[in-house]
Design a protein. Structure first.
Length: 289
């Protein structure tokens, strides 16, 4: 080998080791951040609490907009404080009911000592999940224009177990699909909040990816659509990260994780709590609906 060729070989070898690999250039992990979710039980949140949350590097707040039977009367103020005082990104969630029953004072709740709406339940003025999503967005007031997404909360809050009757489960699946579609019509991105546990996703929908039912297949085709997949906000106690996810119902990863429930801190009064979360922060700026 002559000197010129040897020098060229040395240069090529140095270049290969000095430059980053293609994988390291283009494979990037999600940028995660910590944040909270709140509901009407959290109540009004003071300026001092928002400043403490900001100092604790909490980057987002997700407010309950509709609690299954009524609006969250604090939602608009909670999101406004998070955004303007805490400098946080914001989103909202809607807890679905499947019996079309609401509080008489659903738009301006009158509550008893336990926080439930006073009086007997009544039929929704208009049945269906679309109406519930609309009520939730109405509860946000002017803050609705600032939120990044609306999560459809799929969990069972009644004492009796969810019915396993196939027709009833099919109706609940349709309610979830209607809610997703209504969120999109309102120009917001839909997310699903649920967990892989009893009284949640599978018990409510009656489906898993192996279900032979044609209705389940159509349902999952929407949830896991390649062009517009519905991100998952999962629940798992433990560490504040997105790792350790065991795939279920077609979701191979989660965009958010609620990792600690009912936490008192950040200067909140003793009886008030928030839930702690970690999210892929890109979800708060994603444009796909």
């Amino acid at each position: 080998m002559n000197r010129r060729l040897a020098a060229l070989c040395c240069l090529l070898t140095f270049t290969l080791f000095a430059l980053p690999s293609t994988a390291s250039q283009f494979e990037t992990a999600p940028t995660t951040a910590l944040g909270i979710d709140v509901d009407f039980y959290t109540g009004p949140i003071s300026r001092d609490v928002w400043l403490q949350l900001k100092a604790a590097d909490q980057k987002f707040a997700i407010a309950q907009a509709w609690g299954g039977r009524s609006r969250n009367e604090y939602a608009s103020a909670q999101l406004s404080g998070a955004r303007t005082i805490g400098g946080m990104k914001t989103a909202a969630y809607v807890l679905l009911n499947y019996d079309n029953k609401v509080c008489r004072t659903f738009s301006k709740p009158v509550r008893n000592a336990s926080g439930s709406c006073a009086g007997d339940l009544i039929a929704q003025p208009k049945s269906g999940a679309r109406w519930q999503v609309q009520q939730g967005v109405a509860a946000l007031g002017p803050e609705a224009s600032h939120i990044a997404f609306v999560a459809v909360d799929v969990e069972w809050f009644l004492s009796p177990e969810p019915s396993k009757d196939a027709r009833v489960q099919a109706k609940r699946r349709q309610s979830i699909l209607d809610a997703i579609d209504e969120v999109r019509k309102l120009k917001k991105r839909p997310v699903i909040y649920t967990r892989n546990a009893k009284r949640h996703w599978k018990d409510i929908t009656g489906c898993d990816p192996a279900s032979p039912d044609a209705g389940c297949k159509d349902f999952y085709a929407t949830i896991n659509d390649e062009k517009r997949p519905i991100p998952l906000w999962d629940v798992q106690d433990g560490s504040p990260d997105l790792d350790g996810f065991l795939p279920y119902s077609g979701w191979m990863a989660r965009a958010g994780r609620q990792f600690k429930l009912d936490t008192n801190g950040f200067g909140l009064p003793p009886s008030r709590t928030v839930d702690l979360n970690v999210f892929d922060l890109s979800l708060f700026s994603a444009s796909r609906r």
